[in-house]
Design a protein around this ligand. Structure first.
Ligand SMILES: Cc1cc2nc3c(=O)[nH]c(=O)nc-3n(C[C@H](O)[C@H](O)[C@H](O)COP(=O)(O)O)c2cc1C
Length: 268
Protein backbone atom coordinates (compact mmCIF):
# COMPACT_ATOMS: atom_id res chain seq x y z
CA UNK A 1 0.00 0.00 0.00
CA UNK A 2 2.78 2.37 1.02
CA UNK A 3 4.60 1.57 -2.22
CA UNK A 4 1.45 2.32 -4.19
CA UNK A 5 1.06 5.70 -2.50
CA UNK A 6 4.71 6.53 -3.15
CA UNK A 7 4.48 5.64 -6.82
CA UNK A 8 1.28 7.65 -7.15
CA UNK A 9 3.06 10.61 -5.55
CA UNK A 10 5.91 10.20 -8.04
CA UNK A 11 3.42 10.18 -10.92
CA UNK A 12 1.83 13.38 -9.64
CA UNK A 13 5.25 15.04 -9.41
CA UNK A 14 6.11 13.94 -12.93
CA UNK A 15 2.78 15.29 -14.20
CA UNK A 16 3.37 18.58 -12.40
CA UNK A 17 6.74 18.88 -14.09
CA UNK A 18 5.60 18.32 -17.64
CA UNK A 19 7.05 21.04 -19.77
CA UNK A 20 4.44 23.59 -20.73
CA UNK A 21 3.49 24.45 -24.28
CA UNK A 22 2.21 27.78 -25.52
CA UNK A 23 0.31 28.05 -28.78
CA UNK A 24 0.45 31.54 -30.27
CA UNK A 25 -1.79 32.12 -33.24
CA UNK A 26 -3.41 34.62 -35.54
CA UNK A 27 -6.38 33.94 -37.80
CA UNK A 28 -8.18 36.29 -40.17
CA UNK A 29 -10.79 34.01 -41.75
CA UNK A 30 -10.82 31.37 -38.99
CA UNK A 31 -8.93 28.51 -40.63
CA UNK A 32 -6.03 28.78 -38.19
CA UNK A 33 -8.55 29.23 -35.40
CA UNK A 34 -10.12 25.87 -36.31
CA UNK A 35 -6.70 24.24 -36.52
CA UNK A 36 -5.81 25.49 -33.05
CA UNK A 37 -9.13 24.24 -31.69
CA UNK A 38 -8.22 20.79 -33.05
CA UNK A 39 -4.78 20.99 -31.46
CA UNK A 40 -6.26 21.99 -28.10
CA UNK A 41 -8.52 18.97 -28.13
CA UNK A 42 -5.47 16.67 -28.32
CA UNK A 43 -3.01 18.12 -25.86
CA UNK A 44 -2.97 20.50 -22.90
CA UNK A 45 -1.65 23.83 -24.07
CA UNK A 46 -2.05 27.50 -23.25
CA UNK A 47 -3.23 29.59 -26.18
CA UNK A 48 -2.82 33.26 -27.00
CA UNK A 49 -4.50 34.85 -29.98
CA UNK A 50 -3.03 37.88 -31.67
CA UNK A 51 -5.53 40.52 -32.73
CA UNK A 52 -4.84 43.59 -34.89
CA UNK A 53 -5.38 46.81 -32.96
CA UNK A 54 -7.45 48.25 -35.80
CA UNK A 55 -10.67 46.29 -36.12
CA UNK A 56 -12.78 45.53 -39.16
CA UNK A 57 -10.04 45.89 -41.79
CA UNK A 58 -10.50 43.96 -45.03
CA UNK A 59 -7.08 42.58 -45.86
CA UNK A 60 -8.38 40.75 -48.93
CA UNK A 61 -10.23 43.60 -50.66
CA UNK A 62 -8.93 44.88 -54.02
CA UNK A 63 -6.81 41.84 -54.66
CA UNK A 64 -5.41 41.78 -51.11
CA UNK A 65 -4.23 45.39 -51.37
CA UNK A 66 -4.04 46.12 -47.64
CA UNK A 67 -2.36 42.81 -46.84
CA UNK A 68 0.19 43.53 -49.55
CA UNK A 69 0.82 47.03 -48.25
CA UNK A 70 1.43 45.79 -44.71
CA UNK A 71 3.84 43.10 -45.88
CA UNK A 72 5.74 45.54 -48.11
CA UNK A 73 6.23 47.89 -45.16
CA UNK A 74 7.77 45.06 -43.14
CA UNK A 75 9.89 43.84 -46.01
CA UNK A 76 11.39 47.25 -46.70
CA UNK A 77 12.37 47.82 -43.06
CA UNK A 78 12.18 44.60 -41.02
CA UNK A 79 14.25 45.84 -38.08
CA UNK A 80 12.05 48.86 -37.36
CA UNK A 81 9.15 48.34 -34.94
CA UNK A 82 7.09 50.97 -36.75
CA UNK A 83 7.02 48.79 -39.90
CA UNK A 84 4.74 46.32 -38.14
CA UNK A 85 0.96 46.84 -37.84
CA UNK A 86 -0.19 47.53 -34.29
CA UNK A 87 -1.73 44.61 -32.40
CA UNK A 88 -3.63 44.38 -29.13
CA UNK A 89 -1.34 43.87 -26.14
CA UNK A 90 -0.92 40.26 -24.96
CA UNK A 91 -0.05 39.05 -21.49
CA UNK A 92 2.41 36.18 -21.61
CA UNK A 93 5.41 35.09 -19.58
CA UNK A 94 7.67 33.15 -21.95
CA UNK A 95 9.70 31.82 -19.01
CA UNK A 96 6.81 29.47 -18.23
CA UNK A 97 7.14 27.61 -21.52
CA UNK A 98 9.58 25.11 -22.97
CA UNK A 99 7.79 24.74 -26.26
CA UNK A 100 6.00 27.29 -28.41
CA UNK A 101 3.78 26.34 -31.33
CA UNK A 102 3.18 29.21 -33.73
CA UNK A 103 0.14 28.95 -35.98
CA UNK A 104 -0.34 31.55 -38.72
CA UNK A 105 -1.91 32.11 -42.11
CA UNK A 106 0.30 32.66 -45.16
CA UNK A 107 -0.12 35.99 -46.92
CA UNK A 108 1.60 36.38 -50.29
CA UNK A 109 3.96 33.56 -49.39
CA UNK A 110 4.97 35.34 -46.20
CA UNK A 111 3.83 35.23 -42.59
CA UNK A 112 0.61 37.22 -42.02
CA UNK A 113 1.59 40.74 -41.00
CA UNK A 114 -0.13 40.96 -37.57
CA UNK A 115 1.53 37.74 -36.47
CA UNK A 116 4.89 39.14 -37.52
CA UNK A 117 4.22 42.02 -35.12
CA UNK A 118 3.83 39.56 -32.25
CA UNK A 119 7.03 37.70 -33.14
CA UNK A 120 8.96 40.93 -33.66
CA UNK A 121 8.32 41.72 -29.98
CA UNK A 122 8.30 38.24 -28.40
CA UNK A 123 10.47 36.14 -30.75
CA UNK A 124 13.72 37.10 -29.00
CA UNK A 125 12.25 35.77 -25.71
CA UNK A 126 11.76 32.37 -27.36
CA UNK A 127 15.49 31.71 -27.69
CA UNK A 128 16.42 28.18 -26.67
CA UNK A 129 12.84 26.95 -26.73
CA UNK A 130 11.43 24.29 -29.03
CA UNK A 131 9.43 25.95 -31.78
CA UNK A 132 6.78 24.13 -33.81
CA UNK A 133 5.41 25.84 -36.93
CA UNK A 134 1.88 25.42 -38.32
CA UNK A 135 0.89 27.34 -41.45
CA UNK A 136 -2.42 27.59 -43.27
CA UNK A 137 -2.47 28.67 -46.91
CA UNK A 138 -4.84 28.32 -49.85
CA UNK A 139 -2.20 26.64 -52.01
CA UNK A 140 1.20 28.37 -51.78
CA UNK A 141 4.13 26.52 -50.21
CA UNK A 142 5.19 27.69 -46.77
CA UNK A 143 8.96 28.10 -46.99
CA UNK A 144 8.68 31.91 -46.94
CA UNK A 145 6.67 31.77 -43.71
CA UNK A 146 9.24 29.47 -42.13
CA UNK A 147 11.97 31.91 -43.17
CA UNK A 148 10.03 34.74 -41.50
CA UNK A 149 9.72 32.65 -38.33
CA UNK A 150 13.47 31.99 -38.28
CA UNK A 151 14.22 35.68 -38.81
CA UNK A 152 11.89 36.73 -36.00
CA UNK A 153 12.86 33.93 -33.54
CA UNK A 154 16.62 33.95 -34.11
CA UNK A 155 17.50 31.64 -31.19
CA UNK A 156 14.59 29.21 -31.61
CA UNK A 157 15.14 25.46 -31.70
CA UNK A 158 12.86 24.72 -34.65
CA UNK A 159 11.46 21.21 -34.58
CA UNK A 160 10.94 19.44 -37.90
CA UNK A 161 8.79 18.92 -39.86
CA UNK A 162 6.62 22.01 -40.11
CA UNK A 163 2.90 21.42 -40.48
CA UNK A 164 1.27 22.86 -43.60
CA UNK A 165 -2.51 22.64 -43.76
CA UNK A 166 -4.16 23.97 -46.89
CA UNK A 167 -7.46 25.81 -46.41
CA UNK A 168 -9.24 22.94 -48.15
CA UNK A 169 -7.77 20.51 -45.58
CA UNK A 170 -8.94 22.44 -42.52
CA UNK A 171 -11.64 19.89 -41.78
CA UNK A 172 -8.91 17.20 -41.61
CA UNK A 173 -6.88 19.26 -39.14
CA UNK A 174 -7.44 16.87 -36.23
CA UNK A 175 -5.88 13.87 -37.95
CA UNK A 176 -3.08 15.95 -39.52
CA UNK A 177 -2.22 17.37 -36.10
CA UNK A 178 -2.25 13.96 -34.50
CA UNK A 179 0.26 12.66 -37.08
CA UNK A 180 2.35 15.81 -36.76
CA UNK A 181 2.58 15.50 -32.97
CA UNK A 182 3.98 12.01 -33.51
CA UNK A 183 6.36 13.17 -36.25
CA UNK A 184 7.93 15.83 -34.03
CA UNK A 185 8.02 13.41 -31.04
CA UNK A 186 5.93 15.86 -29.10
CA UNK A 187 5.70 13.68 -26.00
CA UNK A 188 9.48 13.32 -25.77
CA UNK A 189 9.90 17.06 -26.26
CA UNK A 190 7.51 17.94 -23.48
CA UNK A 191 7.86 15.18 -20.90
CA UNK A 192 11.54 15.85 -20.50
CA UNK A 193 12.41 13.79 -17.43
CA UNK A 194 16.19 13.76 -17.69
CA UNK A 195 17.17 11.99 -14.47
CA UNK A 196 15.72 10.82 -11.18
CA UNK A 197 16.67 8.92 -8.07
CA UNK A 198 14.99 7.56 -4.94
CA UNK A 199 16.95 6.68 -1.83
CA UNK A 200 16.58 6.99 1.95
CA UNK A 201 12.90 7.78 1.51
CA UNK A 202 13.59 10.80 -0.71
CA UNK A 203 13.31 11.21 -4.41
CA UNK A 204 14.77 13.85 -6.72
CA UNK A 205 13.59 14.32 -10.26
CA UNK A 206 15.14 16.64 -12.81
CA UNK A 207 13.19 17.50 -15.92
CA UNK A 208 13.88 20.09 -18.59
CA UNK A 209 13.54 23.29 -16.66
CA UNK A 210 12.48 21.92 -13.27
CA UNK A 211 13.89 20.17 -10.23
CA UNK A 212 11.69 18.48 -7.71
CA UNK A 213 11.96 16.37 -4.57
CA UNK A 214 9.58 13.95 -2.92
CA UNK A 215 9.48 12.54 0.62
CA UNK A 216 9.82 14.56 3.80
CA UNK A 217 12.78 16.62 2.76
CA UNK A 218 13.61 19.89 4.51
CA UNK A 219 15.69 21.53 1.82
CA UNK A 220 16.33 20.98 -1.83
CA UNK A 221 19.68 22.40 -2.84
CA UNK A 222 21.64 22.60 -6.02
CA UNK A 223 25.42 23.01 -6.20
CA UNK A 224 27.55 23.82 -9.20
CA UNK A 225 30.79 21.89 -9.74
CA UNK A 226 32.74 24.58 -7.85
CA UNK A 227 30.69 23.64 -4.78
CA UNK A 228 28.68 26.88 -4.72
CA UNK A 229 25.05 26.54 -3.70
CA UNK A 230 22.93 28.05 -6.49
CA UNK A 231 19.50 26.89 -5.29
CA UNK A 232 18.27 26.55 -1.72
CA UNK A 233 14.56 25.74 -1.66
CA UNK A 234 12.09 24.34 0.81
CA UNK A 235 9.33 23.91 -1.73
CA UNK A 236 9.27 22.46 -5.19
CA UNK A 237 9.25 22.27 -8.15
CA UNK A 238 12.12 24.70 -8.58
CA UNK A 239 12.67 26.27 -11.99
CA UNK A 240 16.21 25.75 -13.25
CA UNK A 241 15.73 27.43 -16.60
CA UNK A 242 17.62 30.59 -15.59
CA UNK A 243 20.75 28.68 -14.50
CA UNK A 244 23.91 28.53 -16.57
CA UNK A 245 23.87 25.25 -18.54
CA UNK A 246 26.19 22.63 -17.04
CA UNK A 247 26.53 19.79 -14.54
CA UNK A 248 25.14 20.29 -11.04
CA UNK A 249 24.64 18.21 -7.90
CA UNK A 250 21.12 18.27 -6.46
CA UNK A 251 20.67 17.35 -2.80
CA UNK A 252 17.44 16.75 -0.89
CA UNK A 253 18.00 16.64 2.84
CA UNK A 254 16.20 16.77 6.16
CA UNK A 255 19.25 17.21 8.35
CA UNK A 256 19.88 13.56 9.22
CA UNK A 257 19.42 12.01 5.84
CA UNK A 258 20.03 13.15 2.32
CA UNK A 259 20.06 12.00 -1.26
CA UNK A 260 22.17 13.42 -4.08
CA UNK A 261 21.71 13.39 -7.81
CA UNK A 262 24.07 14.57 -10.52
CA UNK A 263 22.09 16.43 -13.16
CA UNK A 264 22.73 18.20 -16.41
CA UNK A 265 20.96 21.50 -17.01
CA UNK A 266 20.39 23.01 -20.41
CA UNK A 267 21.95 20.14 -22.30
CA UNK A 268 18.97 19.40 -24.45
C1 LIG B 1 -3.81 39.19 -47.52
C2 LIG B 1 -3.88 37.73 -47.87
C3 LIG B 1 -2.95 37.20 -48.74
C4 LIG B 1 -2.97 35.83 -49.05
N1 LIG B 1 -2.02 35.32 -49.89
C5 LIG B 1 -2.03 34.00 -50.18
C6 LIG B 1 -1.05 33.44 -51.06
O1 LIG B 1 -0.16 34.12 -51.57
N2 LIG B 1 -1.09 32.11 -51.31
C7 LIG B 1 -2.04 31.30 -50.75
O2 LIG B 1 -2.01 30.10 -51.01
N3 LIG B 1 -2.98 31.80 -49.92
C8 LIG B 1 -3.00 33.12 -49.62
N4 LIG B 1 -3.96 33.64 -48.79
C9 LIG B 1 -4.98 32.75 -48.25
C10 LIG B 1 -4.71 32.31 -46.81
O3 LIG B 1 -3.39 31.89 -46.64
C11 LIG B 1 -5.62 31.14 -46.45
O4 LIG B 1 -6.95 31.46 -46.75
C12 LIG B 1 -5.51 30.75 -45.00
O5 LIG B 1 -6.20 29.54 -44.80
C13 LIG B 1 -6.11 31.82 -44.09
O6 LIG B 1 -6.05 31.46 -42.74
P1 LIG B 1 -7.05 32.15 -41.70
O7 LIG B 1 -8.43 31.72 -42.11
O8 LIG B 1 -6.69 31.59 -40.37
O9 LIG B 1 -6.88 33.62 -41.78
C14 LIG B 1 -3.97 35.00 -48.48
C15 LIG B 1 -4.93 35.56 -47.63
C16 LIG B 1 -4.89 36.91 -47.34
C17 LIG B 1 -5.91 37.49 -46.40
Amino acid sequence: MKRLILSMAAMIIVAAMQAKTLVACYSYTNNVERIVTALRSQTAVDVIKIEPAEKGLDYAANNYALGTQLLNAIRSNPNDASSYPATDPVKVNMNEYDMIVIATPLWWSQMAAPFQTFLFHYGPQMAGKNIGVIVSSASSGISGVVADAKRLIPGGNFVEPNLWIRSSQTSDAASMISSWLEDIHYNDLTTGISSMTTENGFGITASHGFLSASGEFGTLSLYNLSGNKVVDATECPVSTSALVPGIYIAEASNGNRSVKLKISIGGR
